[in-house]
Design a protein around this ligand. Sequence first.
Ligand code: GDP
Length: 638
Amino acid sequence: MHPTTPLRPEVATPIPTGDQQRRLQAKRAQVRQREEQEGKLVVQVRKEQQVVAVNREITIGEGITVKELSEKLGIKANLVIKKLVERKIFATINQHLDVKLAEELARMFGAETSHMTFEEEAAFSDELAEDPAHLVTRAPVVTIMGHVDHGKTSLLDAIRSANVAAGEAGGITQHIGAYLVQRNNRGIVFIDTPGHEAFTRMRARGAKVTDVVILVVGADDGVMPQTLEAIDHARAAKVPIVVAINKIDKPDAQPDRIKQQLADRGLLAEDWGGDTVMVPVSAREKTNLDLLLEMVLLVTDMLNLKANANRQAIGTVLEAQLDRGRGPVATVLVRNGTLKVGDYFICGQVFSRVRAMYDDRGNQVREAAPSTPVEVLGLDSLPDVGESFQVTTDTAKAKQIVLYREQKARDIAMAKGRLTLEQLHAQLKEGEIKELNLIIKADVGGSAEVLGETLQKLSNDKVRIRVIHTGVGAITETDVLLASASEGIIIGFNVRPERNAVAVAEQEAVDIRLHTIIYELVDEMKKAMTGLLEPVVKEVFKGRAEIRDVFRITKVGTVAGCMVQDGVITRDSSVRVLRDNVVVHTGRLESLRRFKNDVSEVKSGFECGIALANFQDVKPGDILEAFVTEKVAQVIFT
Ligand code: GDP
């Protein structure tokens, strides 16, 4: 059941006194004058539509302000503002514009546009200023992929222990999401999350991190579905593949069979006349690991990977977590430039300064060169994995961008809405495992607890139901905010939401489910989880009235003398009797009267007499909530 916005109470127009009348006339004159001015404004704008930008090709950066846009176009800012006024957008000169809007405005002035993010803009200006003499070869970044159990993790561990730990004081490596190994005085970075899911998630965020893919194929098993998937993912990203035929120590290993199967998939081994490097290895026995690294470097040489250590660093977030002692910590792989302690950076919606850095061996470092994974401390909040990390000296602009992104993220979240029971099923269909957070409010403490336990037990392997809060009494604004923050659903058992809670729930798109019968509630939850949720009967709020007095009339029964406070009470609506926000009765109207007459409806601001069918126990102070029910087809079934 979705609560609907209550209608605004009608306001009667009072008859003005003489003094008020004079003021009213003055106000009307003002309005007329303004309208005339606006009329003139329209004429002016029409004239200025012919104004054409001086610069006909501009780039529009994220969070561009009205001032910046007009400067780029080479026209006066007030012309841009006027265009905005025409579209009923009242902007100041320093206001940020949505990229789409800025593009439309530029087009109105006859300019072509291209679009860049803040990071792209920064990288672009760095590249323009770059001296090719500063470019040096950088270490390749490798992701290991392959079918489950073919030895990806074993290979990562074997390479790390053979190449990092040896000769290191203590020999302990930290897990920071990536590590750097040395081979013939050259570095190779390994991403510590094997598999194509992480690789593709990064790519989906626009982060191209991997330079070479090592495809692990178990020599005892052969090419399997995930092997093929990995090949497709690497190809889609146009990343070269080096095949590691693993487990050659096993008696049933058949490396040639693997080569044959891969050849059928278009990967022809070099020794068979193709151009795919294939190395037989054993992660367990640490056989041929050096050869594998050499081959990776050989393939890398053809890629001509270059970087410039003398520019502002740009990187990608590989991992991010909240560390108890150190706060938000992110592993950043520096892709270009040198990252230094003290640098200001922007990373998604985070703008911070590098407080300290640690390398993959846990050593504190002051600088990180291109292709170095480092843990960065000093972030205000956690960035997303795959997010770009850009050092900037333009801190004012960076702060603006962060604000703009926060606002945009909020808008998107609003537009998407929060989780509803219907969406839950849609998400389950997509194979996601969900945690469903519930907030339960009931009329008595006992039922809240029983409900909590009953619902929690419905958890299955796809949905874990978590009761994050239970309470007694009406659903409050705080409950709604808690639900909003934790993507939860509110369940009201024999209680109603307070009026402002309804408004906030609408704003935040929080799903509130109201029930009076336990088994119906449990049933609804089960159905949502298994996808059998039937079309919902949606309740539409009509109006509210307060009982001021109660009359017992012989032959008629109990009549409640009411004042309609909100909306309208109609003769055909159902009503709910609320006493201190708790439902004491739900039923139909027996009669609705104004003075002695039967009427079909009574609007807000008027008094009326209401008799309820089969319910006499009304009291002064009770609230009558009128509603009608409508059947609404569920979105998920369309
Ligand atoms: P992943 O799922 O691809 O990460 O595979 P794992 O690295 O977890 O390895 C799966 C199983 O294969 C484990 O039991 C490993 O001990 C075993 N394994 C991995 N590499 C080798 C190898 O070179 N030789 C042998 N005999 N077993 C291996």
